[in-house]
Design a protein around this ligand. Structure first.
Ligand code: MTE
Length: 311
């Protein structure tokens, strides 16, 4: 899955383009920012337009986290629990060729080569907050495609009510999987209406560059209104199922981590408050937002759910 260097957008170009998109569309984080990812977007607009936007960007409540931080401060327990060493220990993960099997309760089960999958769908740009259950957060410009498009291809049957995701299991490449602390492989799940929500993304890149192993290459889930552990990395298998899947975290610490795990500042973790968070790159803590700021888009999904717990 090689991309030519001419296809890679520099961080600078990326930021400039993002400023332009932000100003013209008047969209703030919390709403999807989608664009075609071609460099011509920026070059066809005049420099004065871009400069004007630069003046207003500082008033935005959220700034993009740097590429450096996004790719060097990671949770990926298959490699290590040390966030600052994941990037080093994961760099030899073989991410091409890579296949993903999508099956279970579907009319048309299929195995996709990731390179083909990326060609099938337009890669959209989405700037989302990521809020880890541990109390830190980032703002990440992802590329990818809505999970819904992939599910449409396999045609879920009427019995399918949940989606189950599985990460690669390969202890030779992922030394953390030799530890008995967790029941590998990493598994996560969504209700089907959560899975087809437009915010739910399969990410393939960050800052216009191909996803690196530490961020879950070649394909990872991104569910921005839920705690980060729901956003499972390096997926090899997706199954449509009838029963609520049991995730790695539900098995490891059932009294601490539930299936829903919606970001909720009013419900504390049993061992710490969830009221505030540390945005990576900032000194002061900021308030955590209900559904991580995506309440308008997703609150309806939980009209019948008890929001005083996180299960
Ligand atoms: N996926 C797998 N397979 N293994 C993991 O350890 N960690 C989760 C999630 N996805 C994890 C995972 C957690 S706790 C978080 S906060 C995010 O990935 C972190 O994503 P990032 O490292 O890209 O910021």
């Amino acid at each position: 899955m090689k991309i030519r260097s001419s296809e890679i957008t520099s961080e600078y170009t990326y930021l400039s383009r993002r400023k332009f998109i932000t100003n013209t569309t008047k969209l703030m984080l919390g709403t999807v920012l989608a664009s075609s990812c071609s460099d011509s977007d920026i070059t066809t607009n005049t420099q004065s337009q871009i400069d004007n936007v630069s003046n207003s960007i500082d008033s935005l409540p959220d700034k993009l986290t740097t590429y450096e931080s996004i790719t060097n401060y990671n949770n990926f327990y298959e490699f290590t629990t040390d966030k600052e060493r994941v990037s080093i220990l994961s760099q030899d993960l073989v991410i091409s060729p890579w296949t993903i099997r999508v099956g279970g309760l579907v009319k048309n089960p299929r195995t996709f080569d990731v390179d083909d999958l990326i060609k099938i769908f337009d890669q959209e740009e989405r700037i989302y907050r990521l809020r880890c259950v541990e109390g830190w957060s980032m703002v990440i410009p992802w590329q990818g495609f809505p999970l819904r498009k992939l599910l449409d291809l396999v045609e879920p049957t009427m019995d399918a009510r949940y989606v189950r995701f599985e990460t690669l299991y390969d202890p030779n490449q992922m030394p953390g999987q030799k530890s008995n602390w967790y029941e590998w492989p990493y598994v996560e799940g969504l209700r089907i209406d959560e899975a087809v929500n437009d915010l739910t993304l399969i990410a393939t890149g960050i800052y216009g560059k191909q996803l690196l192993p530490q961020n879950g290459a070649p394909l990872r889930l991104v569910v921005p209104w839920k705690y980060g552990f729901k956003s499972i990395k390096s997926i090899v298998r997706i199954d449509l199922v009838a029963k609520q899947p049991e995730s790695l975290w539900m098995k490891a610490a059932p009294r601490e981590y539930g299936f829903y795990a919606n970001v909720n500042p009013k419900v504390n973790h049993p061992r710490w408050s969830q009221r505030t968070e540390r945005r990576i790159g900032e000194l002061q803590r900021r308030n955590t937002l209900m559904f991580n700021g995506y309440e308008e888009e997703v609150a309806d999904l939980y009209a019948n759910l008890d929001m005083t717990t996180n299960f």
